[in-house]
Design a protein around this ligand. Structure first.
Ligand code: HQG
Length: 177
């Protein structure tokens, strides 16, 4: 398995379906590293601890974190599983960005940005990240979010350790399309 395919597989098991390899996660989304390596091997995807370290260190979006002594690992954000990440509440910049595609715009105008299966709506502090996120689905359409105004109106924001801004929803009045 190459680094990218391991990373994709880790996203799957640490964010969405650990049962794919019978991997226990705790309430905070942590997996025991030895168990993870053993279960991956048992399911035909063998790789070493050193490779796991490389995957986490070189991941383009810093999707994974180890605990201090590297006995546990978890995904930093993006879960559909019920896990508690205890993310710090943070003050967002005046504007944040969200990349989507045309076919969702009508619904977004009506209901705002909704988190869907994820825990939060994902926003970025720069246009290029938003463009990349939107491009996953087609020609990207970038929405500017009045995050400063939301914050002043008492809506909480969280910042994941890999720099993704998260909030529960973005009502339509805060979205410039
Ligand atoms: C859209 C990836 C209709 C929303 C990315 C998006 C990101 C609505 C899609 C991270 C809607 C949800 C998250 C509404 C939102 N009506 N459509 N009311 N509200 N949408 O994948 O933000 O590689 O759950 O615009 O890079 O695309 O996994 O969210 O198009 O950082 O680390 O519904 O996932 O990161 O799609 O992506 P997603 P997202 P990773």
């Amino acid at each position: 398995m190459n680094i990218k395919s391991i990373s994709k597989f880790l996203s799957l098991i640490l964010r969405h379906s650990p049962e794919t390899i019978q991997l226990p996660l705790d309430d905070h989304g942590w997996a025991d590293v030895d168990t993870l390596l053993a279960q991956c091997k048992a399911h035909g995807r063998p790789f070493t601890f050193a490779t796991l370290e490389t995957v986490a260190a070189e991941n383009d979006k810093q999707r994974f974190s180890f605990n201090e002594d590297k006995t546990r690992i978890r995904a930093n954000q993006g879960h559909s599983l019920e896990v508690t990440l205890d993310l710090p509440v943070a003050t967002p910049p005046e504007f944040l960005y969200h990349g989507t595609v045309d076919k969702f715009i009508k619904a977004i105008r009506t209901t705002g940005l909704q988190k869907g299966k994820r825990h939060h709506v994902h926003l970025s502090d720069n246009l290029s990240t938003a463009e990349n996120v939107g491009s996953r689905r087609g020609a990207p359409k970038i929405l500017t979010i009045h995050s400063g105004r939301m914050h002043r109106d008492g809506i909480p924001f969280y910042l994941s350790v890999n720099g993704v801004w998260l909030t529960d929803e973005v009502p339509p009045q805060y979205i410039a399309i």
